[in-house]
Structures are given as C-alpha cells and as structure tokens.
Design a binder for this molecule. Structure first.
Ligand code: GLC
Length: 461
C-alpha cells in the first residue's frame, strides 16, 4: 500500500511538476538493435575531375525546388516558431494532434516543379522541430501517428520521380523534440547568457549518444527505404560555446553512412566538415547573392544558393515581402552566370498545398523557362574574354559553344558589344528570330518582346 502510494506520488510529480521529463520518458524508444555498421568510405581519394563527373547531372540541372514542410505550417509564422516563442513540447503538441493535410497531392507539387523548370527537389524529412515526415520506426513523433496517417515521404518520392526529377532529403541535425538532444544556445529552452555549467546542469540525464544513434538509424531508413536518393542536405552546425559541431553529431560517421548507403549521393556542407577532404560536395550560401563564384582552397567550388520566395522557409501566412517573378528570374540567371545552382523554396500550407502566391511565381518562372531554359541547363559563366554588355547577364553552354545574353534592362534598339568577331549567328531564344549584328552592336527590335527577360542566343565561332 505504502509502495503504491509512493509510486502514485512519484507519478504525480512526474506528470505535473516535470511534464517535459515525463513526455521525454514516454517518447524514448526502447533500445532498438543498432543499425548494421557498413563498410565506410569517404571519397577522400576522389579527384576534382571525378567529383565533377559524379555531380554532372546536378551541375547541368542548375535549378531545383526546396520544400520546407512540417508541423510549423500550422502556426504559419516561421519554421523556427518553436524556438522564437520558446515553446515547450507541450505547447507545441497541439500541432501534432491536429496535423491533417487532407489536400496533399504530391503529383500536383511535382507537376508544378517540373513546369517551373526544376530538375530536382529537396524535401525536409525532419526539420529542427523534430517531427518526421515518414513512418520512422525509431519514433512516434511522425506523420503516421497524427490524424494525417500517411507516409508523406513515400508519396512525395514516388510523385517527383514520376515527373522525372531527382530526389533529395533535408535532414535536420538539430532536434527540439528528442528527449536526449541536449539543450544548447539554439534551443527553444536555451538559457539567456547561460554558462556551459548552466547548460550542463540543465542537460543532466540526457545522453547525446542515444541521439547520435537515432540520427544514424533514421538516415539509414531514409537512404535504404525510398530507392535512389540523389541528395542529402544535413542542417546545420553551430560549433563553439553551448553550440554543436562535428563531434556532437558524429559528422564523419553520418557522412560515411550516407556515402556508403547511396554511392554518388550529393552532400551539402553543413556537417562542420569543411576542412575534411571529401567532407562536402557543395557550398550552400543562403538567402544571399554571391559577388562571384565562391572558391575553396583556391579553386572554384560547386555551389548552390538556397532562397525563399519571402523571408520564411516554412509556410508563413502573414509575411508580405514576396519576391516578384522578374526578381526570381534574375536570381536564377545570375546564379548560373556565376557557375552556381538555385534551390528555390516553397513552404506548403498545413492543408498540403502550394498557396496561390507560390503557384503564381512558379508559373511565371515556368512561362519563361518554357522558351528560355536553354540558357540555364548545362550552362555556366561566359568565357573570360567575353565581357557582358551593359545591363545584361551572360551564361554560356560550353558543349554547344553558345553564349546567352540576358537583357535584364531592355535596350533601345541596339546593344553595344565587344565580341562581334566571335559571333557566327545570333537570334532571340524565345522565338528563334534573327538578331542582326555588326562590329559594334547587336540590333534588337525597339519593341520589347512579350518575354519577361528576353535572351539573345549567340552561336560562337
Ligand atoms: C537555416 C535554418 C532553416 C532552414 C535552412 C535552409 O539553416 O535553420 O530554418 O531550413 O536554413 O537553408
């Protein structure tokens, strides 16, 4: 009797005084058999040429879709809402309990991505909130345990592959829900001006070893149960005091696992392995226009800029600073002119749809790409001895030896050029109509064609 009373009191303390600990305990999975340890291979012996060859499909593609989708689509005020508003797991639980994206039709998403001219897609399998978009056997914090009930990743992968796009997964290293993930300076339950000692105290009883194994088990699921996965996008590291870096994640272990399970997979640079040979494939400048092609170790790097339509990655209902179609086209063209890729983000709604603002922009881009994608796919920077005419952006297809002059500001009948001796023939790209030229000028019609950014395709000698 006494024992029962003690247990009852202990239970009461657990559920009332320590709700988070209780939840944590509930969520902690029974010890699962660890993932089989595969033969690890970092491509540290890969030459630069071999790497470029492995990544050729990606470099040629130039344009992909990022999708940030998770529970945070419901509060609809930024995917970091749990952090920004310092919400506890209990505060956040209402989103899990009511997650029901009944209008989710990934075939529609995939069609819109293809029609916009995107060649690959990267979806958040788990964002920092910790919610999993697939039927992971290592947690109950997943879509199949919500009213949604569907394995969203399974349907997503099938639909995008059917439209011919390459498929990638974003996987958050941060996890604001897992009971063994230690609280750090990026966590919703961070301590203002907390010292390492404060954090150590706060994290008593948490075991990052368990979390590290959890990540490996989940990455193994993602990279073995959904066919060929072309990209894995780990996000992100913040080493230093009360932060997390390569040792906290076991970044090398994760990377080796990914490379082993999916040979050829393209990996981003956010595992905190920049200085490790073979530690990353692409630089990922975020929400910024680079001044020129980024370099690493004195050599030009393969890179991809990820960008939002507005300021938020997750669906944000009230955010009004959306980029226009011309701005987005310029972003795409400029990225390619500096030898990079653009990963453009959509944040679907909690019902599972791309909202009208996103659809309008994708359609606008698609309209342009329909007639002008030749200046994007397989293209790169112009040869160094060809200077860009005023108010234009140049791209170049080395295999076809064609130069693309993008008329960002439409000229008044003529465009001064300094490379006339290199031109064999020139035409508008959108309709294949001849553009005459002489030693000094390309002659454009005074009336701007009905194309957002007209492009002159120049066949070089
Ligand atoms: C940042 C943010 C995140 C977003 C990502 C996209 O790391 O934490 O919300 O997913 O950038 O690049």
């Amino acid at each position: 009797m006494k024992r029962i009373a003690t247990l009852l009191i202990a239970g009461l303390i657990c559920t009332t005084l320590l709700p988070q600990a209780a939840q944590a305990q509930k969520n902690r999975k029974k010890a699962e058999a660890p993932a089989p340890a595969p033969e690890f291979t970092l491509p540290s012996t890969e030459t630069r040429e071999q790497k470029l060859e492995r990544m050729k499909w990606w470099t040629d593609a130039r344009f992909g879709m990022f999708i940030h989708w998770g529970l945070y689509a419901m509060p609809a005020r930024h995917e970091w809402v749990k952090n920004k508003e310092r919400l506890t797991n209990e505060d956040y639980q209402k989103y899990f309990d009511h997650f029901d994206p009944d209008l989710f039709n990934p075939k529609e998403w995939a069609r819109m991505a293809r029609e916009a001219g995107m060649k690959y897609v990267v979806l958040t399998s788990k964002h920092h909130e910790g919610f999993c978009m697939w039927d992971s056997k290592y947690t109950d914090y997943k879509c199949t345990s919500t009213p949604c009930g569907r394995d969203l990743i399974r349907e997503f992968v099938d639909a995008f592959r059917a439209e011919g796009l390459k498929v990638g997964f974003y996987y958050s290293l941060l996890d604001w829900h897992h009971p063994d993930y230690t609280i750090d300076r990026c966590h919703p339950q961070r301590i203002d001006k907390g010292t390492p000692e404060d954090y150590a105290k706060l994290n008593e009883g948490k075991d990052m070893n368990v979390y590290r194994q959890y990540m490996k088990d989940q990455v193994t699921e993602l990279l073995t149960q959904y066919g060929k996965i072309d990209i894995i996008w780990f996000d992100f590291s913040f080493p230093g005091e009360n932060g997390k870096g390569r040792d906290d994640w076991d970044s090398e272990g994760l990377l080796k696992l990914a490379r082993t399970l999916q040979p050829g997979i393209i990996v981003d640079d956010r595992l905190d392995l920049k200085d490790v040979k073979g530690g990353w494939d692409i630089l990922t400048p975020e929400q910024t226009k680079v001044a020129s092609c980024p370099t690493w170790d004195g050599e030009k790097a393969t890179w991809e800029t990820c960008q939002t339509f507005s300021g938020s990655w997750g669906y944000h209902r009230d955010e009004a600073t959306w980029k226009s179609v011309p701005q987005l086209l310029e972003l795409l063209i400029e990225t390619v002119s500096k030898e990079g890729n653009l990963l453009l983000n959509v944040g679907p709604t909690a019902r599972g749809e791309f909202d009208q603002r996103a659809q309008d922009r994708l359609e606008g881009i698609g309209k342009w790409m329909h007639a002008n994608s030749r200046s994007i796919y397989g293209c790169t920077a112009a040869p160094e001895d060809i200077p860009a005419p005023e108010r234009t952006l140049l791209t170049y297809n080395p295999e076809k030896n064609r130069l693309y002059v993008h008329l960002i500001d439409y000229p008044l009948g003529q465009l001064r050029i300094a490379f006339a001796d290199r031109i064999a023939y020139a035409q508008f790209l959108h309709d294949g109509s001849e553009i005459k030229f002489d030693k000094e000028f390309l002659y454009t019609p005074v009336l701007k064609p009905d194309v957002e950014v007209p492009v002159i395709e120049v066949f070089l000698k």
